[in-house]
Design a protein around this ligand. Sequence first.
Ligand SMILES: *Cc1c(COP(=O)(O)O)cnc(C)c1O
Length: 387
Amino acid sequence: MKDNIMKNYGRLDITLEKGIGSKVFDTEGKEYIDFVSGIAVNCLGHSHPAILKAINEQSEKLIHISNLYWNEPQLKLAKKLVDNSDHKEAFFCNSGTEAVETALKIARKFGKNKKGKNKNEILYMENSFHGRSLGALAVTGQKKYQTPFMPLMEGVNSVKFNDIDDLKSKINGNTCGVIIEPIQGEGGIEKVDKEFLKKLRVLCNEYNALLIFDEVQCGIGRLGKLFAYESLEVIPDVICMAKGLGGGFPIGAVLTNKKASVLKKGDHGCTFGGNPLASQVSLAVLKELIDGRVIKKVKDKENYIVGKLKKLKDKYEVIKEIKGEGLLLGIKLNDKPQKLLNKTLDNGLLLVGAGKNVIRIVPPLNVKKEDIDKGLDILEKSIKVIY
Ligand SMILES: *Cc1c(COP(=O)(O)O)cnc(C)c1O
């Protein structure tokens, strides 16, 4: 049966069947502590009652109607996002890639509105990750993803991450937008430099370009605030979200301020976007994260985990650095991570790599202390055997 699936993923050879909280179980009944969360998606863990309730109740009413009509869950979800941000309007889609595509189109339209100019260039950062579609790939600064699919979309240029001089030499009157991840997730948990970001905001204003934050991985509570930008003292014009937004149910979104409110009737669309079921689930997730005070406790969990990881770093030479923020953490090794990832899997802990030699720690945001302890014990046990 596995032959019937395209070969574009390097999967680990286990089949997962069910999960509860921060634990999942494979078809043989073996338990794993889940520090992957479906790649920073299951922010409330598995089988969370609020998510199950939203799916059950909404699916009995309406699942899908298209955007030819209004639906209340979509309106409520947009209001929740707007009420909790500095932004004004939301667009809904189904994934991070679609959110990024939408943001790129918003930047192009914004540029087109400035008459008499060739304002269509989008800047992106080296080592970034924004998705796999041809548009998102064009602004993903990693050759290994881009090269097999050349030629990509034109009118883009890359900037060295955190390099103000390089940014100054690339941004100009033809720039319509700049896209950046506040923490590069897939690229290896690389944090943006706050001074670089402040300067980027100033330059975007100076050259009248939209500043786009791709918060698909670092947003929705991961850094200890609902939006990543809230911990960075810089407000973007456009925010891309997905992953944690539906707690496991597929949904993506773009939030814009007044300046970036440029899409007119017919400019863009998404058949499934903002369907009642996805919207109602996302609304339940946000209520739990915000009103249920899950996000409030993220910093405490970060401190607890980082404290323990630092002790491991002192003990084992293979650990070079503890990276990241909130519950988007990374362990930089002086080795390729695959050996350790295989060993932790054997021992009952799910982890995923990032960049060349980083292991990501992205547990559910409501992960319990006992599961943190159990997971980190398995990690240490695995390091001990190999190194
Ligand atoms: C995962 C990710 C994407 C792509 O999201 P999909 O839902 O896989 O399309 C885009 N940007 C960032 C920062 C991501 O981490």
